[in-house]
Ligand binder design. Structure first.
Ligand SMILES: [Zn+2]
Length: 255
């Protein structure tokens, strides 16, 4: 998936709201947007930073964001903002126009709400950047930068993680939590694969050699006479990945 990330404002004269105790929307969007880009890239997605560096007017700043997303044919456009009103209003809302965009907006909103932020809903105000981008597009008002309630709770890392989870559907809730420990027992050297295709039909770099031994398993499903496993490869820095293996191994309860 190719994401176009738009860090709201940060392009004078396009500057954002100023909130409580010196909190500036520009700083907050930059913190969240930068972390979000890193997280999406770390999850294997391509990321296009759609934030312009210079513009003569606010209109030009907005047009440049849209043009960058359209020119790069990103799959989903995400604009990051923080709201401001009267110091009392608080909460999160996500803007989207098409039905596809609204579905994405809803999953992102739900993840942000899990952080304890008040749910102000999915709304369809046709802001310039979501109206003129040619792909599903959302504008996230993470929370209010002039609300003490929201700012006391705000954590850029958690906000970016929530938006990422909403975008790529990896909610912590779905993290496998097996009630017992399982190991993948490999009895003959073989490969782990990204799909149930024959390994001869897959490109070499998608295959992972796996030798005889026991490998810790986080989760598994048996499909098409292959196991789909989420496993830990200690030799590669504890990363976990989704791979499939066949008759070369068997899942056993840890002794
Ligand atoms: Zn804004």
């Amino acid at each position: 998936m190719k994401f176009g990330i738009d860090i709201g404002h940060n392009c004078s004269p396009d500057t954002g709201a100023v909130g409580v105790s010196g909190k500036r929307e520009d700083d907050l969007t930059k913190a969240v947007g930068t972390l979000l880009m890193k997280k999406l890239a770390a999850a294997g997605h391509s990321v296009i930073n759609c934030t312009p560096t210079t513009a003569a007017t606010v209109g030009e700043s907005l047009r440049k964001r849209v043009n960058k997303a359209n020119a790069n044919s990103v799959d989903i456009f995400v604009s990051i903002h923080f709201n401001a009103f009267n110091g009392q209003a608080n909460g999160t809302e996500v803007f989207a126009i098409s039905n596809t965009s609204k579905a994405i907006a809803r999953t992102v909103l739900n993840e942000i709400v899990k952080l304890g932020v008040k749910n102000k809903g999915v709304k369809s105000t046709p802001f310039f950047v979501i109206k003129n981008t040619q792909m599903p597009a959302i504008l996230v008002e993470c929370c209010f930068c002039d609300s003490k309630v929201d700012m006391d709770r705000f954590d850029a890392e958690k906000m970016a993680e929530a938006i990422k989870d909403g975008l790529i559907g990896e909610s912590d809730e779905d993290e496998p939590k097996p009630d017992k420990d399982y190991v993948l027992k490999i009895t003959k050297p073989t490969v782990l694969k990204p799909s149930t295709e024959q390994s001869s039909e897959l490109s070499k770099d998608t295959l992972v050699d796996i030798g005889i031994g026991g490998y810790p398993i986080l989760d598994f499903r048996y499909e098409e006479r292959h196991y789909w496993v989420k496993w830990i490869d200690k030799s590669k820095g504890n990363r976990d990945e989704h791979f499939v293996f066949d008759e070369y191994g068997k899942i056993e309860e840890k002794q």
